[in-house]
Each structure stands twice: as C-alpha cells, then as structure tokens.
Design a protein around this ligand. Structure first.
Ligand SMILES: Cc1ncc(COP(=O)(O)O)c(C=O)c1O
Length: 431
C-alpha cells in the first residue's frame, strides 16, 4: 500500500461524514479513487487495484481511454446540454450508430440518463403499445432500483428496501439456472423449466416480458433452446420482448449486443452504463418503428441525451470496434474460463463466462453444490481486496465472484488475478 497521506485521510474522513451510502460495505471499502487508466485504478493512498468491475460495468474500453477523453473534451467546447425536445449532432450521430449496430428489429432510440430510467420507459412504451398492464420478469432478474424498475426486479432484498407491496401487475417466470437445474443434474434438458409459462402469461394482461439475454447477476446464459422456447411462447401470445442490454450491451459478452448470441429480435431494447463512455450518464430505450409510434409522454427527461456523454459514448463504440475489444472480450472470456478451471480448486463449482460477463460460483462441496458460507465469501473478498483486486460478489445465493473487467484486459492481468485467487482460496480454507 502507498504512504498514507494527511490528504488521503482527510478525504476519507469527509467521505464518512458527508456521503450517504445506503448499504453495508465490506472491509477496505469504499475505495476512493484518485486516478484510473485502462484496467487499473489508483486510490488516494496510491494503491493500485486491478478493476474487475470496470467502474461498475461502465468503462468497457478501459478507464480514461484517450480517444474517449479527446472526444468529450472537444464536445465540451461545442455544446453541452440542450432541451431534449431538440437535439445535438453528437446525440443524433450516436443514435444512428447504435441503431445500425442493434438487432434488426430495433430502429429508433430515446435517450435518458440511467439504466433504471431506460427500463421505466421500456415498461411504459410496452404498456402503451399493448394497452395492457402486466409485465413478466425472470427470477433472479435485475432491472434497476427506481420504483418501476424494482417492480420487475426479482431480488427480495432490493424489493423490500422499497417497502411492500410492490406493483401486483408484475410477476416472475423461471430463469435458466442450469448449474442448479431443478430437474436434477442428470435430467435431459427439454426446457422443462418453462412448462406452464405459456398458461401463466396467457392468464394475465401481459404486455411484455423483460429480460437480459444473459443474466449479469451470476452470469447465467440460457441454452439456445431455452430462448427458442421462450421466444416462441411469447410470439404466439403476441407479447412484446424487452431486452435489457444495460449490462450485456456494447461488447461485454463478445458481441455488440447479447441478443446476437441467440438471434433474438426484441421489440424494445434498453442500454446504459458504457453508453456514456463513462462521461456523465446516459441510457437509451430503443424500439421498432412500429412500437415507437405508440410512445407518448408529453415531455422529455431534462438531461437525456447530453451532448458530452453522447460524444464520449460514440467514441466508446468506435474504440471497442476499431481496437478489436469485442473480439478480445470473447477471447479473454475463454482464457479466464480455462485458467479458472485449471486451478482445480475444490471450492470452484462453476465457471461461467460469456465474453467478459463472467462469474465463478463458489461451493463448499462440488458434488452437493452446497453454497460456500457468507463468512468464507467475505474473507475471500477481503483478501482479494488486500491483494489489489477490485471485485464484487453477486448471484442468486450471493456466492458468485463477479468478473467484468474492461474489454481491453490482457491475459497477463488475468494471470495476476488467478494467482491472487489461488492464494486467497488456499488461505481461507486453511484459516
Ligand atoms: C441489467 C441492468 N438493468 C438495469 C440496471 C440499472 O441501471 P442504473 O444503475 O444505471 O440505473 C442495471 C444496473 O446495474 C443492470 O445491470
């Protein structure tokens, strides 16, 4: 660790005194970051961390990529924020670029400021278009923390934070958690987990299903036949599909959008996080031409489509394409998977990477898949933190090391993480 300076201590003291953090944070957190480049962030004491969270899954091109910084700086001197009822060159160019890259069912983008807000608009558009009220979401699904987005978020912990009852219009349908398949480890998969879903959807005023193509919480990628069946059911019933690509979009899974892995053609697609290139915040709700006709609301979110965020977002999209980062995400995801399995650690139950949307599920026993205890998980997190690894833990049972570094990560940096993980797991087991 670098030298503790008086300055760093006073910043930490100010953080404790003036910043509201409505969660319990683990030892060593929060890390107050003074500088960041590529995959590495440096705290106020001068300690470096390998950022396996990419700044909460935002900096897909790496922290402070020079082309993004340059695009934002140039834009700052041209125009900043205008009324959302008008527009800027940067915002229009970003919309054009994204709509050319999106699944072919998606044609027009509406910009707001965050992923939760983008999903709120998606729910609203679906309800307006279908003139129906109900929305189905997947078990384990996460779509944001604002009230409307929370209503289609599965986690009880988050839902309870808003006080019950939550909106009765919305309801959960099964997700594909194949590692813990309810039908047993040896069952032949005929997508039995979706039996009964058609009847459930049909029995309600279902306007849409909202889902991530691959669930970021725990890194759950359904098999192709799961999505084929789900898509066939919802099309038969005339139900819209809202693809939440807030986290899976912009190259994260080794494709520009995760829908591409399955050939999914959503009616509405949401994006956020990296969409602002890490400059300010920006999100989008995009839809087919037809669905967009139904959208009304009278006015526009004040800061939607900020010009500097849009210019930076456009630079991010260009960088990840031109510098081969989407392919690198696919390649490094495979490298991560092989390296994690090669550890042969008895606590590693499953390794799930689609590109660099990754998770390592930790278990006490590989045969029974008993979840590794909270105490061990928190010691693992603490030791990784000490070793300079910035990670988060997620998953249905809170036992998945979530690994989503910038798409520019190298095999040498992954080796560095694997070495720290090996040492950490051995130490915690022996403690
Ligand atoms: C899949 C998904 N949807 C929506 C959101 C909410 O985005 P925001 O935090 O920008 O509101 C997130 C954030 O983590 C997310 O992962």
């Amino acid at each position: 660790m670098g030298d503790k300076t008086a300055d760093a201590e006073s910043i930490e003291a100010a953080d404790r005194k003036y910043v509201m953090r409505p969660w319990t944070h683990p030892a060593g957190e929060p890390v107050i970051i003074a500088k960041a480049r590529g995959c590495v962030v440096t705290d106020v004491y001068g300690k470096d961390y390998l950022d396996l969270t990419a700044g909460y899954f935002v900096n897909n091109a790496g922290h402070c990529h020079p082309r993004i910084a340059e695009a934002a700086t140039k834009q700052v001197n041209e125009v900043l924020q205008v009324s959302g009822k008008h527009g800027t060159v940067a915002m229009v160019r970003l919309a054009e670029k994204l709509m050319k890259l999106a699944p072919k069912s998606i044609h027009k983008a509406f910009f707001s400021t965050g992923g939760s807000e983008a999903n709120e608009f998606a729910l609203k558009i679906a309800r307006q278009y279908k003139k129906k009220t109900d929305i189905a979401y997947l078990e384990n699904g996460y779509h944001g923390l604002t009230l409307g987005a929370l209503e289609v978020t599965a986690s009880e912990k988050y839902r309870e934070s808003a006080g019950k009852p939550m909106g009765p219009e919305n309801f959960a349908i099964p997700t594909a958690y194949c590692y813990r398949c309810k039908f047993g480890p040896h069952a032949e998969c005929n997508v039995q987990c979706l039996d009964g879903v058609e009847e459930k959807l049909a029995s309600r005023q279902t306007a849409a299903i909202i889902a991530e193509p691959i669930q970021a919480v725990g890194g759950l990628a359904p098999p192709q036949k799961w999505w084929d069946r789900m898509d066939q059911i919802r099309k038969k019933l005339g139900i819209l599909f809202i693809a939440d690509e807030v986290q899976t979009g912009l190259g994260r899974t080794g494709k520009m959008f995760a829908c591409e892995h399955y050939g999914l053609e959503p009616d509405i697609l949401t994006g956020g996080k990296g969409l602002s290139g890490g400059v300010g915040s920006m999100a989008m709700t995009a839809s087919s031409d037809e669905v967009s006709q139904a959208f009304f609301g009278g006015t526009t979110p004040t800061s939607g489509g900020n010009a500097v965020s849009a210019a930076a977002g456009l630079a991010l999209v260009e960088v990840i394409i031109e510098e081969g980062m989407i392919d690198n995400a696919a390649k490094m995801g495979r490298y991560f998977t092989e390296a994690a399995w090669a550890m042969k650690d008895p606590w590693i139950g499953d390794v799930r990477f689609t590109g660099l949307l990754g998770g390592i599920e930790l278990v006490k026993n590989r045969d029974t898949k008993e979840v590794l205890g909270k105490t061990e998980i928190s010691k693992i997190k603490d030791l990784l933190h000490e070793a300079g690894m910035l990670i988060t833990v997620s998953g249905w049972h809170g036992n998945v090391l979530r690994l989503q570094p910038p798409l520019s990560i190298t095999s040498a940096q992954i080796d560095q993480f694997i070495a720290a993980l090996r040492k950490t797991l051995t130490a915690v087991r022996g403690s």
